[in-house]
Ligand binder design. Structure first.
Ligand SMILES: Nc1ncnc2c1ncn2[C@@H]1O[C@H](COP(=O)(O)OP(=O)(O)O)[C@@H](O)[C@H]1O
Ligand SMILES: O=c1ccn([C@@H]2O[C@H](COP(=O)(O)OP(=O)(O)O)[C@@H](O)[C@H]2O)c(=O)[nH]1
Length: 243
């Protein structure tokens, strides 16, 4: 059995990509040029010896909540949402492998012949070997989000930081897509974000990260180079931490 014993020898990050980040200007699905650009930025990190774990959302394809509003059973809808994250993950694995980056897709639900089952110890070993590990199918349970999955896996693999790559360039005093007066924060504590009811992440994800003292940096994935800056310089977007 692989061991998780050796001390962390390199930087390790957990990158959360929203499904919509893969959509680009398309109304649905995946824009191949965006996929390739993000894969190239991930490769740059791997080339700099950063250990990279990735969680990808499925909102560009299906969301259980939306399907339930249209009349579908919520659990069935969430299962579709989780499978949507698997499709995105396979697309990202393909893009990374075309760049010769070793990539494993590890799923929270068994999909024999499609990808591997999630195993924390193997995931750590693969990352130490310089392979990218994509944690797919969210937490494997309905009623959760991939933001929560990102916090969960980020805590499990002891990532230095959870990077939430999204369409906005940080956390604002209100949803910037609805309030043009909203101002962006450079830094925030979890308690401030909770008190102000800032809707950038769901409460389950927030509370999990807070309770396990994991920082989250929210930044704009549409900005070329922002991922590298967020990891290497610790700048870009908004940092949410315990203090
Ligand atoms: N206080 C806030 N600061 C920044 N973005 C916010 C805030 N409140 C809500 N949002 C919304 O959160 C979205 C980013 O979250 P994300 O998880 O990537 O998207 P989604 O919730 O659509 O999957 C933004 O597009 C923005 O509309
Ligand atoms: O642990 C999880 C993670 C995700 N989902 C489902 O998968 C969908 C896609 O994930 P998410 O909405 O988090 O994607 P994102 O907004 O990041 O694109 C969700 O709407 C849920 O229906 C789920 O049921 N359990």
């Amino acid at each position: 059995m692989p061991s998780s014993a050796p001390a962390k020898d390199r930087n390790r990050i957990l990158l959360k990509l929203s499904g919509e980040a893969l959509m680009g200007a398309e109304p649905f699905g995946i824009d191949p040029s965006i996929l390739d650009r993000i894969a190239a930025e991930i490769k740059e990190l791997v080339d700099k010896d950063v250990q990279v774990g990735v969680v990808i959302g499925g909102g560009n394809l299906f969301r259980g909540e939306k399907l339930a509003k249209a009349g579908m059973n919520r659990v069935a809808g969430d299962h579709m949402g989780m499978l949507a994250t698997v499709m995105n993950s396979l697309a990202m694995q393909d893009a990374l492998e075309r760049l010769r980056v070793g990539t494993r897709v590890m799923s929270a639900v068994s999909l024999t012949g499609v990808c591997e089952d999630y195993d924390r110890r193997y995931a750590l070993r693969f990352m130490r070997e310089g392979q990218v590990v994509i944690f797919t199918a969210g937490t494997g349970n309905p009623f959760f989000t991939t933001d929560t999955a990102a916090c969960l896996r980020g805590i499990e693999i002891d990532a230095d930081v959870i990077l939430k790559a999204t369409k906005v360039d940080g956390v604002y005093s209100a949803d910037p897509n609805k309030d043009p007066e909203a101002v962006r924060y450079d830094k925030l504590t979890y308690n401030e974000a909770l008190e102000k009811q800032l809707g950038i992440m769901d409460l389950t994800a927030f509370c999990l990260a807070r309770d396990h003292n994991k920082s989250i940096r929210v930044f704009n994935m549409n900005k070329p180079g922002a991922l590298i800056k967020a990891v290497i310089e610790g700048s870009e977007g908004t940092l949410i931490s315990c203090e």
